[in-house]
Design a protein around this ligand. Structure first.
Ligand SMILES: Nc1ncnc2c1ncn2[C@@H]1O[C@H](COP(=O)(O)OP(=O)(O)OP(=O)(O)O)[C@@H](O)[C@H]1O
Ligand SMILES: [Mg+2]
Length: 403
């Protein structure tokens, strides 16, 4: 089982490359499902077949689906949200403001990922290819399972405490003005949502999942792809390939075409090292819009070579996640290693806030909840070298003493 997520700047060819990869994998003998998690859903146009929320088989070994964001997950979230609105209402907050306050940006989109998780866990496919939304939205989406889980973790125990306090208080404070207690179904819904989000993250950050970044050889697109690469590493997702798309073929060219081919090649040669160790694959500019499985298979051949067992093996090979977030021991000390390929020193900051390590890279922020061993340490240094941020922790004797 292997999961490949395709993302990149708007319009670079994410849907086309995801669909081409899926067709080529299926024709190489891999049981493949291609799923669109982008609300724009152009996968059906690209494959030239109507698609719905249930997977449909397009040809032997190839199924496709448009993931439906209105899943049962939304109902869980809605139950929690309604309760919070009720609490705010009792406290005299305007219902419209209450509604605004309880909206978590992107909460509904993240629920589409619950469906992807179920499709992956169903075990019906050897390869699941996901056509994601443009990088900015995808990053927000990929950060959310963790962020939402933390939000729920923080709020749930509070609700339980409030509930206990209310049980005592309600006896004395009968009548109006009593804050409604979360009913059992609300607590259950919150717990269910929490477990589901943990499941989404488990699949997306799991050992069989990797992200492929699609780009075109243009300065602005490459710059965004480099930022996305670092931000993905920050959230713990591994990029195991970059696809350079719409490359003008150099052969038999007139001056205009060979000029473009040369300048594209120069841009890519310059950019390639900053994505290392992720390899850069190249897809040619098709002679027409690549629509339908046959045209997509032809495009995929420029990318992966002729269909066959080599292609199948490469696509199914597990990604090397050694370049992931990890903690190393160095004598008495610990080193938290955060891979940050392409990070520039000036764009990054790292700070210890309570039990969290707050990292900020190119406008994206992540709070890493520190393992308990690291919480009892002081940060002695943070260095960015060879695409890795190494944060050194020294045990603080005062914090290790048993009270
Ligand atoms: N290698 C290629 N050769 C020729 N045309 C291409 C190639 N790749 C993509 N296209 C065309 O470019 C357009 C945009 O591609 P596509 O819809 O796959 O991009 P996208 O990144 O998914 O866009 P969005 O950000 O809107 O989801 C489409 O018309 C597609 O057919
Ligand atoms: Mg698309």
């Amino acid at each position: 089982m292997r999961v490949l997520l395709f993302t990149g700047k708007g319009g670079v060819g994410k849907t086309t490359i995801a669909a081409a990869t899926a067709v080529h994998a299926a024709r190489s003998g891999v049981k493949t499902l291609v799923a669109s998690a982008d609300a724009a859903h152009s996968l059906a146009d690209c494959l030239d077949s109507p698609l719905g929320p249930e997977p449909v088989e397009l040809e032997p070994g190839l199924s496709a689906v448009h993931v439906d964001a209105r899943s049962r997950g939304e109902r869980s979230w809605r139950a929690v949200q309604e309760y919070l609105i009720g609490v705010l209402d009792t406290l005299g907050i305007d219902p419209i403001a209450a509604e605004e306050l309880t909206v978590l940006p992107g909460a509904e989109e993240v629920l589409a990922l619950l469906e992807v998780r179920d499709l992956v866990l169903s075990g019906d496919h050897d390869l699941v290819v996901v056509d994601c939304a443009p990088s900015a939205e995808t990053l927000r989406l990929l950060a959310l399972p963790e962020a939402l889980s933390r939000y729920l973790e923080l709020s749930l125990p509070v609700e339980r405490r409030v509930r206990r306090a209310m049980a005592a208080g309600a006896r004395a404070l009968r009548g109006d003005g009593v804050v409604p207690r979360p009913r059992d179904h609300v607590v259950e819904a919150a717990e269910r949502l929490h477990a589901e989000l943990a499941g989404v993250r488990e699949v997306l950050a799991g050992p069989a999942t990797s992200v492929r970044l699609v780009l075109t050889p243009e300065a602005l697109v490459i710059a965004e792809a480099r930022r996305t690469l670092t931000a993905l590493a920050l959230y713990g997702y591994g990029v195991d390939g970059v696809v350079a798309n719409r490359l003008v073929p150099a052969d038999g060219a007139d001056g205009w075409r060979s000029g473009w081919a040369r300048s594209q090649a120069a841009r890519l040669a310059e950019a390639e090292p900053s994505f290392a160790p992720a390899p850069m694959l190249r897809a040619g500019y098709a002679p027409g819009e690549p629509i339908g499985p046959d045209a997509l298979a032809e495009l995929a051949e420029t990318l992966y070579g002729p269909a066959g067992s080599d292609v199948a093996g490469d696509l199914l090979a597990l990604p090397d996640h050694a370049a992931r977030l990890r903690v190393e021991r160095d004598g008495e000390e610990f080193v938290l290693v955060v891979p940050m390929p392409a990070a520039e020193r000036g764009l990054m900051s790292a700070a210890r806030v309570g039990d969290d390590l707050c990292l900020q890279v190119a406008g994206h922020r992540r709070s890493l909840s520190l393992p308990s061993a690291l919480r009892r340490c002081v940060v002695t240094s943070a260095r960015l070298r060879d695409g890795e941020l190494r944060v050194r922790f020294r045990p603080d004797p005062a914090l290790w003493r048993v009270p």
